[in-house]
Design a protein around this ligand. Sequence first.
Ligand SMILES: Cc1ncc(COP(=O)(O)O)c(C=O)c1O
Length: 268
Amino acid sequence: MLSRWGVEWSVADTHNPDSVRAEIRPNTKVIWVETPSNPLLGITDVPAVAQLAHEAGALLVVDNTFASPYLQQPLALGADVVVYSTTKYMGGHSDVVGGALVAGDSALGDDLAYHQNAMGAVAGPFDAWLVMRGIKTLGVRMDRHSENAARVAEFLVGHPKVAEVLYPGLPSHKGHEIAAKQMKSFGGMVSFRHKDGEEAAVQVCNRAQLFTLGESLGGVESLIEHPGRMTHASAAGSALEVPADLVRLSVGIESVDDLLADLSDALK
Ligand SMILES: Cc1ncc(COP(=O)(O)O)c(C=O)c1O
């Protein structure tokens, strides 16, 4: 979207600081990172990339939507601005759309607030109230999301129809050690690749009963989606394209035995 206003951008594998270093240009102003990332659950070493950004005179912006501030605090790890879709875990009940920017520096915060006010991207009072109410239970919800997601990931690892499970809590995940250092636990998002390809992945999404088909995430109820045809369809053909056999789960706070039974049926 910002290309229309002359903003140039390039893509790096932010798990690998050398890849980030290679993409820094003389005019780089911002390094923008999601960790864990959507939908591949990639992990970025925030202190390492913060150092690279600051050496280049750029700001590090971290989208912390998947972790929430209960599981990870990027400002304390060296980031300059943290982004939240409050639609997700902060609200927690899939009944509000919103976002938040958190700046470590008050001058930068004032500048962002000025732009927000001038441009009109302000939350309505009822939306703000829903997010405030959601935040009161953030900690207990995130603990349960993480526990349930860890069980779901373990189940999928042992499933014959699953080619690969992407969850930073798994010791086999390439970002596991960094995630263990910078996160309290590993969150409620799990993705996996179906052994039988795209159609089979779509069928799992359609067959699941307790996991509702939906593009959002971070609510108390479990959701399932096919990123290639849904949330990330617009990335097709770009450097951000996602595998066609990928399924993304937002693991809710329901009884985990019910969730495992539902996935087991859907994968049959
Ligand atoms: C990591 C992440 N950041 C930002 C957004 C954008 O959020 P919203 O839909 O509330 O604008 C999303 C939405 O899916 C997301 O997953």
